[in-house]
Design a protein around this ligand. Structure first.
Ligand SMILES: [Zn+2]
Length: 332
């Protein structure tokens, strides 16, 4: 580097390289660190050496067991689907972490890159788990960082940089990870499909958590439509990849044509928020589908009433998925 001072972009590049280890045995370790799941406490619950659930009994937002999470997952998608899983293992985990994804300019604009470096330096319990993703288990730190990134006071933040959950694959394993959702849990009626339910808030928080897992897993189905996708196996369903692509094209025409009085477009505010944050169109259609499934499991009546085409679509093409399963499971 001939002794010159590095630009912030160059520093960022070096960091990315350092995060990608040369040693293969370190890859899984590195993957877990990037996912924010390096140290999840507690026992792991196992279903037929296929599905592994961990960390939910330690969740601070809701009182739920790993058993409920496991049974719920199988109950929603059906044993047939689980049996045909192409992944060697599915690991469903609750991480005690807040994950923050700063807006794109923080990895693109030199001045902003610099600013992000300073933020990371300033908070001792804030970790940079990849070039543009930060993690902390401290709620106060999370709120302070979010406030800086949003340019608001701490009590005014909208949590727009907060990541709720993520899915990732490595070595034949699919990880579905749920992060801390304290802000969502405290304001659970922000989700209109939950608000309409005549049940207590604790049950709504359980539905939110369980349906977030369903949302993440539904991305696996939706990902089958990506032609380049070689890692996601297509034996989830008894149909060809061509047929799945056709089905999802049909879904896209529904998204374009079905609107309700609830919002200008899309099936939930979450998808609308992602559009405003600048996400690409194809990923918005994917998230609309995964949100539709979330609602189908949580409050199918809401879906049928406000988005009847989407409801009919799920019933037609995914008949083994169990309508309202989550709602019934929490005793709603
Ligand atoms: Zn999603």
């Amino acid at each position: 580097m001939n002794g010159e001072k590095l630009t912030p972009q160059e520093i960022s590049k070096i960091e990315i390289r350092e995060l990608a280890p040369e040693k293969p045995e370190k890859i899984e370790e590195d993957f877990k660190r990037r996912m924010g799941i390096e140290n999840i406490e507690g026992k792991e619950l196992n279903y037929k050496d296929k599905i592994f659930v961990k960390g939910f009994d330690k969740a601070m937002e809701v009182n739920i067991s790993n058993e409920v999470v496991l049974n719920n997952f199988i109950g929603c998608f059906g044993k047939e689907l689980i049996r045909n899983l192409g992944h060697d293992k599915i690991k469903i985990q609750k991480a005690n972490n807040f994950i923050i994804e700063p807006p794109l300019e923080y990895i693109e604009e030199p001045r902003k890159i610099d600013e992000l470096h300073k933020i990371v330096k300033r908070f001792k319990d804030l970790r940079r788990i990849s070039a543009n993703i930060l993690a902390t288990s401290n709620k106060i730190t999370y709120e302070k960082v979010e406030a800086i990134l949003e340019g608001k006071e701490r009590d005014q933040i909208k949590h727009i940089c907060k990541r709720r959950a993520t899915g990732g694959r490595i070595n034949g394993q699919l990880f579905l990870v749920i992060y801390n959702f304290d802000p969502e849990a405290k304001n659970i009626d922000q989700f209109d499909y939950l608000k309409e339910l005549n049940i207590d808030d604790e049950k709504k928080r359980k539905i939110y958590l369980l349906s977030t897992i369903a949302h993440e897993f539904a991305h696996e189905l939706e990902a089958l439509t990506t032609k380049e996708n070689t890692e996601t196996p297509s034996q989830y369903l008894d149909i060809s990849q061509e047929e799945i692509i056709r089905i999802m094209d049909e879904y896209a025409t529904i998204v374009d044509s079905e609107f309700s009085s609830k919002r200008e477009k899309f099936v939930s505010d979450y998808v609308l928020g992602r559009e405003r944050a600048g996400n690409i169109k194809s990923s918005l259609y994917g998230d609309d589908f995964t949100e539709t499934l979330r609602i189908y499991f949580s409050n199918a009546n809401y879906l049928n009433k406000n988005y009847p085409k989407r409801y009919a679509f799920i019933k037609k093409y995914f008949p083994l998925f169990n309508e309202n399963f989550i709602l019934k499971n929490v005793g709603g």
